[in-house]
Every structure is written in C-alpha cells, then in structure tokens.
Design a protein around this ligand. Structure first.
Ligand code: FAD
Ligand code: SF4
Length: 451
C-alpha cells in the first residue's frame, strides 16, 4: 500500500492522541472519594460477579485507608493478571454491573480503583509473593497467554517448577498482541510476564510446541502439562477476492497497532469489517482512529444476535461506526486492490446445533458497496493437529475438560482459556485467568496424590 492510499492525512500528533489510553488513571483524591463511597457490602454481589472472585470490598477498603500495597496484594492473590484485568475487563457485564449502586446509575468504579492499586504496585516494583518450597515436580505450560501465566504463577507459589513454552517472540498472548492499545499499553502485559518470571517460572519464547518441542518430549519430561494455546488466526471467508490487496485479518491489523509506530499503519478511506463480535469492534474503532472516513460493520444476522457486549456496541456507534445488519459478503471486487464488496441481504432461519439461528441469503437481493479495505473478523482457527498429537479429546478443536479441575481426557494434561470455550461463551482475559487457577489446583492435587 502506498502513502497515497492512506485514508486521511492525520498529523502524527492527531494519530498519537487517538491512540492514548481512553480511561485516565484516578488521581489520589478521586481514588479516596470513590473508595469511601463503597458500602463494603456483606456477601458483596460484585465479588460473586468477578470470575476470579477478588475480594473487592477488602481491596477498596485498603485504598480508603491508604494501604495501597495491601490492596494490590488482595487483588493479585485472586488474579495474578489484576493489572491487565483492571483495564480490559468488561466491568459493566461483571463486577460493576452487579454493584448495589448500579440500579441508581453510578456503580463504584471498581476497575479504575483496581487499576489505581495495581499501577502503584508496578510503579513501586512491589514483590508481593514468593515461590513456595520446592516440591521437585515439573510442569510444562504450552502457550504464554493469560491462562498459562495465571496457571504458572499459582503453581510456582505452591513450589512447583514451571516452564512456559511460547511460540511468539514475546509472552502475554493476546494481552501483549491483541488488546487495542487505547485500552491497554503492551508494557502492562509485559510487566505481568516479568512478575511471573520473578516467581522462578522459566518463560521460553520462540519455542513452538509441535515443531521445536514435540508433545512426546513434554509428556516424557514433565509431571503434568497445562494447555493454554488459545485460538489461531482468523478464519477465511471462503469467497472470491480474498487474496486482493487491502484484505486483512483483524488480528494482524490490531497487532500492527501494538507493534509498529502508529503513523506507519495504513488504512482505507472506506473500510468494511466482516463480523460483529468484540474483535470486529476493535478493528472498526482502530480504522476510524487511523483516519478512515467511513467504517461499516457488515453482519449477516441482526443486532439481537451480535456477540459484542452492549457497551462495545455503544462505543462503536459513538466512534461513528455504521452497522449494516442482515448483510453477508458474497465476493470482494477489484483489480489487484479492493474496490468494492458485493453482498446479499439475509434473513434468520432455524437454529444451528449451538442454538443460534442461521442466516439465510435472500436470492436476487445482491448489492455492491464501494470500499477500499476489508477486514475479516469472523472467528478463529483451532489447533486440531496439536490436540490430536497430544491425544486429548476435543469437540471440533475445543478441548474438553472437567470444569472443576481443568483436566482433559489425558489425566496428565490440563487445559484452560480460549481453547476450551464453547462457541457462545464469554472470551475474556479474566476467564482465562480463572481457568489457569482452577487447573493449577487440579495439577497440584494430581501431583500430591502421586507423592
Ligand atoms: C482482538 C481481541 C481483543 C480482545 N480484547 C479483550 C478485552 O478488551 N478484554 C478482555 O477481557 N478480553 C479481550 N479479548 C479476549 C482475551 O484476549 C482472550 O480471552 C485471552 O487472551 C485468552 O487467553 P489464552 O491464554 O487462552 O489465549 P491467548 O491469549 O491467545 O494466548 C495463547 C498463547 O499460546 C501461544 N501458542 C499457541 N500455540 C502454541 C504452540 N504450539 N506452542 C507454543 N505457544 C503456542 C500463542 O502464541 C499465544 O501467545 C480480546 C481478544 C481479541 C482476539
Ligand atoms: S457491591 Fe458496590 S458498594 Fe457493595 S462492596 Fe461491591 S463495589 Fe462496594
């Protein structure tokens, strides 16, 4: 793509401004006022709504009394990725949505208070936990994303020797490569990786299990394995024209904003995003903030069926993103580069095996939208071969686990995070963290029994 193709000539300053964190940190006086608003409820609903069950009233009370280190410790005890989660958690759907103040329109700003305490932890380099007394047991974690980091941290606190194998150059998974930069800077995720290393966990990056290390090696050399491989690249649309210049994978597009200087990232004038989940919203808002003039989200079902959170939908609309529901792409048109996308109108049909109603094209309703960039955000590949080589049972690539322990069909292998989620389940860092904790407990029990 040449410079001439760049959508709008935003100045480097404007671009930089568009990509700073949207939510500012609380000032000390704001944190004090907000923490004192909390009712410190008995049997607090916010705590039940947190997938990692952080003792929210306790950490807020500690902020109110000036004990920031104690507050950070309470958070990190339940969620070793508490700094990332304070920024990226869908709090409206979780803790803040359950706060007793929510029906009055002003829930306690739990996420921002959590960030206040964890930012202090990072700024002061507090070391809050120590490795446990060595047990002599060795565990391999496959993948270096939130699920594995959480599992590894819990196991290290129990005295086990853990090695993480991560195929990318940096660990952190999607927290490092996939979260939009105006929600969380990469440095926070990398700091969490460092904190896991500080517990004695070996993090081996640039090592792909299945190529550089075989599943057989892991099964022979470790007492247990945790599988936290997440999901692969975005699925192709399977329509003509996908190879044209100007067609992107949403994950590559988001990743570019975290790994390259913003001013070097190119975007079209008129962008079509295919899909309407949270990743689609991220790709759309990035396009807009890079300077695209028109950004359309094309979705083959209706608003009711969208998987994006309500707050993401509202955010997208506020950013000027337009939605075209009941619209499915048929082919991408252009000569070398995308000029347009041909779509067909759709209607809802019968439910599929997961219970979602399928979209049915209405023949003869084809129409064309002029665009110069198309971004695919339509679900991700699964690692079928790796799962088969490890010999774990899966359902079309979704690893089947026992929910109380994270154990797979192989008693030595545990799993968690995105690779175990059912199609309509919530995919979030905080869920992966909880899965990692559950599996760590499952592994610890297994190793204790083995003696
Ligand atoms: C674009 C996008 C934006 C998101 N935004 C948010 C958000 O704002 N808030 C939120 O809570 N959640 C968000 N999520 C969801 C969240 O990032 C995931 O649910 C979470 O990262 C899952 O963690 P995981 O450890 O299971 O997988 P991942 O984070 O995907 O980590 C898996 C790791 O395994 C590695 N790996 C894979 N195969 C191998 C192998 N064979 N050998 C070695 N390593 C391997 C991968 O390189 C990767 O680093 C977002 C997801 C996407 C795609
Ligand atoms: S529900 Fe709201 S008020 Fe009650 S403890 Fe939680 S944050 Fe505080």
């Amino acid at each position: 793509m040449g410079e001439a193709w760049r959508a709008a000539k935003l100045s480097p300053d404007e671009l930089q401004k568009n990509f700073v964190e949207i939510t500012p940190p609380l000032k000390p006086e704001e944190a004090l006022v907000e923490s004192n608003r909390c009712l410190f409820c008995y049997d607090a609903p916010c705590m039940h709504a947190c997938p990692t069950h952080i003792n929210i009233p306790s950490f807020i009370k500690k902020i109110a009394t000036g004990n920031l280190k104690g507050s950070a410790r309470v958070i990190m005890e339940s969620n070793f990725l508490g700094a990332t989660c304070s920024r990226v958690c869908p709090v409206d759907e979780l803790c803040e949505g359950a706060c007793v103040y929510e029906p009055f329109g002003k829930p306690i700003a739990i996420g921002r208070l959590q960030r206040y305490a964890t930012d202090a932890m990072i700024a002061n380099n507090w070391r809050l936990f120590e490795p446990g007394s060595p047990t002599g047991k060795r565990i391999a974690c496959v993948g270096g994303g939130p699920a594995s980091l959480s599992c590894a941290a819990e196991l290290a606190k129990l005295g086990h020797k853990v090695t993480i194998f991560e195929k990318r150059e940096l660990a952190g998974g999607l927290d490092t490569y996939g979260i939009v930069v105006f929600r969380e800077p990469k440095e926070v995720s990398l700091k969490e990786v460092e904190m896991v290393r500080d517990l004695g966990v070996e993090v081996r990056t640039g090592v792909k299990v299945g190529e550089d290390v075989t599943p057989h090696d892991l099964l022979n050399n470790y007492d247990a394995i945790f599988l936290g491989v997440g999901l692969g690249r975005v699925l192709s649309l399977g329509i003509p024209g996908e190879n044209l210049e100007g067609v992107y994978d949403a994950l590559d597009f988001v990743e570019a904003t975290r790994t390259q200087p913003i001013k070097e990232i190119e975007v079209g004038r008129r962008v079509a995003i295919i899909g309407a989940g949270n990743t689609a919203v991220d790709a759309a808002t990035i396009s807009k903030r890079l300077g695209a003039e028109q950004v359309l989200i094309l979705y083959r079902r209706g608003q009711e069926e969208m998987t994006a959170y309500d707050f993401e939908y509202e955010f997208a609309k506020n950013e000027g993103i337009e939605y075209r529901f009941f619209t499915s792409p048929v082919r991408i048109l252009g000569n070398h580069r995308v000029d347009a996308i041909e779509c067909v109108r759709t209607q809802l049909g019968n439910p599929d095996p997961s219970g979602r109603r399928v979209s049915v094209p209405i023949s003869g309703s084809e129409f064309t939208i002029p665009v110069d960039m198309v971004v695919r955000a339509t679900g991700q590949h699964k690692y079928l071969q790796l799962l088969d080589n490890l010999g774990v049972k899966h359902d079309k690539g979704r690893v089947i686990i026992e929910s109380e322990t994270g154990r797979t069909s192989n008693s030595k292998i545990f799993a968690g995070g995105d690779c175990v989620l059912t199609p309509n389940a919530m995919a979030a860092t905080v869920i992966a963290v909880e899965h990692g904790k559950i599996a760590a407990r499952g592994i610890h029990q297994l190793l204790a029994r083995a003696g």
